[in-house]
Ligand binder design. Sequence first.
Ligand code: URA
Length: 240
Amino acid sequence: MRLDRLLANMGAGSRKDVKKLIAQGAVRVNGSVVKDCGFDVDEAADKVEAAGKTVVYREFVYLMMNKPAGILSCGDGVPGVKVAADLVGDDFGFYDLSPAGRLDADSEGFLILTNDGNFIHNVISPARNVSKEYFIRTEGVLDENDCEAFENGVVLGDGYKCLDASLEILRTEIESKTSEAVVTVHEGKFHQVKRMVLARGKKVTYLKRISVGGVALDTSLKPGEYRELTREELNKLGAL
Ligand code: URA
């Protein structure tokens, strides 16, 4: 990785500040002053110091994003498709970020972006049983029969029997025939929640993921914003 990029990405200053530092001879790689911004650093092996301080390169980053509707969580390599990782700025944008569990394009909420493939595997593996909570609005009134069906494993249109889930109805408007509810599932099949609701004869009109593995979406994050997951949150998710 370029020296100026590594320093800027590791928080040693803006790209401009970093270029200045390098030009001033304040940056050393393995003890020697390097004045070439484009110097190729082996971030895993080289010791980099800026203004006397060792710059620690982090191999993995873990972000909590509030994904806005209208953005794919993953483009599956299709060129030109805007995806959630494209919303990440210069601070972490150079990491090769992928989502740990997808959200539909029209869904919002908690999306974990990371470059740690093992972590992604752990979060999405059915064996790990990581819970996901969704706030939903429906066309069609949800009732106690739906709650019972969710608890016993809804059978989807294609015959697949879902793992036990929970449905907590928050409110219902009889006039407009709509409901709001929180659904908790422990698996992540394609369009899972929408299909579960559809199997009960109702339709999801709004869906927002509000927690993963007991870690709640930070409500201060506006759609499109992100922050790093804290150590405590990563612990809960089993990353540490
Ligand atoms: N279930 C869905 O149907 N869609 C999502 O985006 C997530 C869960």
